[in-house]
Design a protein around this ligand. Structure first.
Ligand code: CA
Length: 510
């Protein structure tokens, strides 16, 4: 009996179908009784903007501690190989909502508008009886659809005293944005009727450029020197033109504005006082030091990374507030909490900030998932999972069949320690925003457990191959090395196959 038929058969008998992996797989709300609907897990999807895995202590960060975010990993599952399919903000968000690659959901780079009439997982959850909300950073140019409640930052939003658009109405708030987004998220959670299954997308602006810390964290790390990445002074030898011609280096691209020589706009007098007290002395000391060359890069790195981590400290505090609320309200047990970021980021790695490249630091997304009732505490998975998988996973958790045109796979089995035998062994990536900000050339590629093959195209035609077992920092392109000729052939065949599978005909053919 096919799955679909069996499910319908059970439905007709009034049974709740229990899937092989153990989470109750409930049928759609129109067929489910109230009693069974009560048990459907809630979903809280926490997403930050540009938070790299190597700035989370549960991923072994050498530069900061994230005790509250670590709770999600310690009490649930941490994914070691979670990747995005196109490492840039709006495209990642569109992939997450639709479960489809960029060339199919229409948002290939940050310049496109998201078509709000297309199929998304919030719409499908809503149809299945979930209460849905989107609170915080949206960044898709058109208003959110599929939500019972939404309250989002317009565009990139401000770190201080933000405007927010609530169900179409713009309002201005006083305070720090990470706190304000959390206040709204908690208010919405508290407004829900008991036993209503819900899905909340709780999405922060932090720690996006220009990394403006909140009032509580302005002087955090002032008395420490952060360790530098070993390739802060990468000269891009052994790599091609793409790495050499980018415009995202701390040395060249980072501006005085990024480095807080100007305060945020529109601070309240009290905020201005705190800001001046924190940055005034730091900037004076910089002027006196008269730094140049590598010493200047080192100073910029320290300023950048501390501000970035200060923004994360505020996220960590605020996620702690939400986790505490789940505990206090007895929601923790049956709520699946996801933590991720729209993509990774370079924390001085290769001398860079920003993202875009298929190299590890921006390809990787943090992913921790907690649900005490269904996921073993302290578990980890090394399986390759993608942002493409979120939509089908949320639907699966809610007992809703994922539409056939969604391209991701549900990770529910992995979460419950029962990985499907045919789980993917490779992933496909495609980046488009060129010409554009930071001058990262268009490229696509394939990553397996050990290798990464990248093809840069458009005004360039170059291939790069990295042996991640021997060269995890991706400092040496071995594409032309004869000893890897067979690997190159295998990976090209895999790349062709993946492009066919995901129906990607954009860019130069392999
Ligand atoms: Ca981003």
């Amino acid at each position: 009996m096919k799955d679909q038929t069996r499910r319908e058969f059970l439905k007709s008998l009034g049974f709740v179908a229990v899937s092989a992996v153990g989470l109750p797989a409930l049928p759609n709300s129109d067929a489910a009784g109230q009693a069974s609907r009560k048990n459907r897990p809630n979903i809280i999807f926490i997403m930050t903007d540009d938070h790299a895995s190597h700035a989370l202590s549960c991923y072994g960060s050498k530069i900061n501690k994230t005790p509250n975010l670590d709770r999600i990993a310690n009490e649930g599952m941490l994914f070691d190989n979670s990747f995005c399919t196109n490492s840039i903000c709006a495209p990642c968000r569109a992939v997450i909502l639709t479960g489809k690659y960029s060339h199919l959901n229409g948002v290939i780079d940050n310049r496109q508008k998201f078509n709000p009439s297309q199929q998304t997982f919030p719409k499908l959850l809503q149809k299945a009886g979930y209460k849905t909300a989107m609170i915080g950073k949206w960044h898709l140019k058109t208003d959110p659809t599929g939500f019972d409640y939404w309250n989002v930052l317009p565009g990139q939003g401000a770190y201080y005293n933000p405007a927010m658009k609530e169900m179409g109405q713009q309002k201005k708030y006083t305070g720090y944005t990470t706190d304000i987004i959390t206040d709204h998220a908690l208010k919405w959670l508290k407004s829900l009727k008991p036993q209503t299954p819900f899905c909340l997308m709780y999405q922060h602006k932090a720690p996006h450029r220009r990394w403006e810390p909140g009032p509580k964290h302005l002087t955090m790390y002032d008395d420490v020197t952060m360790p530098e990445p070993d390739n802060l002074f990468d000269d891009y030898s052994n790599r091609g033109r793409a790495a050499k011609e980018q415009d995202m280096s701390i040395a060249k691209t980072m501006t005085p504005n990024d480095l807080k020589f100007t305060p945020p706009r529109g601070l309240m007098p009290e905020q201005q006082k705190l800001w001046d007290a924190a940055y005034g002395p730091k900037n004076e000391a910089f002027k006196k030091a008269n730094l140049q060359g590598k010493e200047l890069v080192r100073w910029k790195y320290q300023r950048y990374i501390k501000d970035y981590l200060r923004c994360i400290a505020s996220v960590d505090d605020n996620v702690g507030r939400v986790l505490d609320y789940l505990d206090e309200s007895d929601l923790a047990e049956n709520t699946v909490v996801f933590y991720t970021s729209d993509q990774g980021f370079y924390l001085g790695d290769h001398g860079w900030f920003d993202k875009r490249f298929m190299y590890e630091e921006s390809l990787r997304m943090p992913l921790m998932v907690r649900c005490p009732k269904h996921i073993k505490a302290g578990s980890t998975s090394e399986k390759i999972v993608l942002n493409l998988d979120f939509a089908p996973t949320f639907l699966d958790i809610a007992g809703v069949e994922a539409p056939a045109d969604m391209q991701g796979e549900s990770i529910r089995g992995i979460l419950q320690g029962k990985t499907p035998g045919n789980w993917r062994k490779s992933m496909y990536y495609h980046y488009y925003e060129y010409p554009g900000a930071h001058s990262v050339k268009r490229h696509y590629g394939v990553r397996t457990g050990r290798y990464k093959l990248i093809r840069f195209y458009q005004d360039i035609d170059e291939w790069e191959l990295y042996d991640l077992a021997k060269d995890p920092r991706e400092m040496k392109n071995v594409y032309g090395d004869a000893s890897y000729a067979d690997i190159v052939q295998e990976l090209k065949a895999e790349l062709k196959q993946l492009r066919r599978k995901y129906k990607d005909t954009t860019g130069s053919p392999v």
